[in-house]
Design a protein around this ligand. Structure first.
Ligand code: F0G
Length: 422
């Protein structure tokens, strides 16, 4: 079963709930969405995705008038409402200096760092934690490079459910650990990288110890799909067109998969022609680039990197679990993938800050990737581009302080300050 842009539309299974069900992307097996806990296919272990009998058109969103952010798109989601603290509806910024320097027709930044907990993860959690309530689970868990744990801790607290997070010791930015801690999650520091944390938490979930809210969970990606819907609407409002390309940082490739799914559903609804679908362009750090390797080598499978390292700790991931959904997304939309150095990531973080957009390092990878692909000629000067920035500057205060200028000590009098300003 291929994840193509204009795939055939099978009939809904008899156990669909309100026109939604789960389907295996490999063998096509279908499951009722809310009856049992399941993360992958029973028969072939393939990834699952939510499918719908009807896909709403872009024009249909917002006509009920009373729902905002992620829940403005409720008709494209498998439940009507979430455990919500007003996630989504993030700004799409102009960045004139970078646009001019990079040399593209239009450049906008979709700043997901402006979500309630400071990253796009909130979009998935509002939905995922509501589904957990429907399933009646009593412990939520995730492995995380930081942002997922912050969001899960917050939404779990809101829902009054116990939260367990597994973090790679010493490799999670300070703001994120602080959030998980204050929102009351139980934090386990694992002597291993993110991929090892995810192996363990997946095991715990399979043994029924906790409900898994990593992006392997298909409901999370439904919430994240709304990033793609918002980008299309906002870009068209601002420029009159849809963007030709969306450049985004890639870790587990959940967003790449989710955006592609949003566009496939809009094609099915007749809102987008397949040629209008933005080219999904993934960016990884050089020290953690298994998706880039697979795209460059034309492989159908991604080789797990055991050793990964980058200053952009959010995307310090060697085994992108959503690759089977994301690789077709990159290929079918005419996109590509590129790796950037930590130095270029920091340069891009500074450039964004100069245009007034404060992001964490992983987010800046998108702009670093755009720069690199413009230099190589893979992105044309006449393209209209959106870069996704996934997390807020304050998530990683140490990286921000290291990239910025140092404070200067002065004596406590005006003359002393004036002397220094001379
Ligand atoms: N950017 C930020 C700031 C992230 O936190 C993540 C993932 C990504 C990009 C990559 O997104 O996985 O959809 O390709 N962070 C996860 C976490 C892994 O645990 O917070 P992806």
């Amino acid at each position: 079963m291929s994840l193509s842009l204009s795939g055939e539309r099978p009939d809904p299974p008899a156990d669909a709930a309100d026109g939604a069900w789960l389907a295996c992307i490999e063998c096509g097996a279908t499951y009722a969405p809310f009856e049992e806990i399941r993360y992958t296919c029973d028969s072939c272990d393939g990834l699952l995705e939510v499918r719908y009998e009807d896909n709403p058109a872009l024009e249909d969103f917002g006509d009920e008038g009373d729902q905002r952010g992620v829940w403005r798109y409720a008709d494209a989601l498998p439940v009507e409402s979430g455990v919500s603290i007003d996630e989504g509806d993030t700004p799409l910024y102009e960045v004139p200096t970078i646009e001019e320097e990079v040399g593209v027709a239009d450049l906008r930044i979709k700043h997901e760092g402006m979500n309630p907990t400071g990253s796009f993860k909130d979009r998935g959690m509002t939905l995922g934690v509501r589904v957990a309530e429907k399933l009646g689970v009593n412990r939520l868990a995730c492995a995380s490079t930081g942002n997922t744990s912050a969001a899960l801790a917050c939404y779990g607290a809101r829902a009054g459910t116990e939260v367990l997070v597994l973090l790679p010791e010493g490799k999670v930015a300070a703001g994120k650990v602080a959030q998980a801690s204050l929102h009351g999650a139980r934090i386990l520091e694992v002597d291993g990288n993110f991929d090892a944390c995810l192996d363990i938490v997946s095991d715990l979930a399979d043994r029924g110890e906790a409900y898994l809210l990593n992006s392997l969970n298909p409901f999370r990606l439904e919430g994240q799909k709304t990033i793609g819907l918002e980008i299309l609407e906002q870009f068209r409002d601002q420029t009159g067109d849809f963007p030709d390309r969306i450049v985004l940082p890639v870790g587990n490739a959940g967003n790449t998969a989710a955006l592609y799914k949003a566009f496939r559903e809009l094609v099915a609804a007749g809102s987008l022609d397949p040629e209008e679908v933005p080219a999904l362009t993934g960016v990884q750090a050089e020290g953690a680039a298994p998706m880039v390797e697979a795209i460059e080598e034309g492989n159908d499978e991604v080789r797990r990197w055991e050793e990964v390292e980058t200053r952009a700790t959010a995307i310090r991931i060697g085994n992108p679990v959503n690759a089977p959904k994301a690789l077709p997304g990159i290929r079918e939309t005419g996109g590509t993938a590129v790796a950037v150095s930590d130095e270029k990531i920091t340069d891009a973080q500074r450039a964004l800050a100069r245009d007034g957009v404060g992001v964490e390092p992983a987010s800046a990878a998108s702009v670093a990737g755009l720069r690199k692909l413009r230099e190589s000629g893979d992105i044309d000067a006449d393209e209209q581009v959106t870069c996704l920035t996934t997390g807020h500057l304050l998530k990683d205060p140490d990286a921000a302080a290291a990239a910025g200028a140092d404070p200067e000590p002065v004596p406590a009098d005006t003359e002393g300050v004036l002397d220094l300003l001379e």
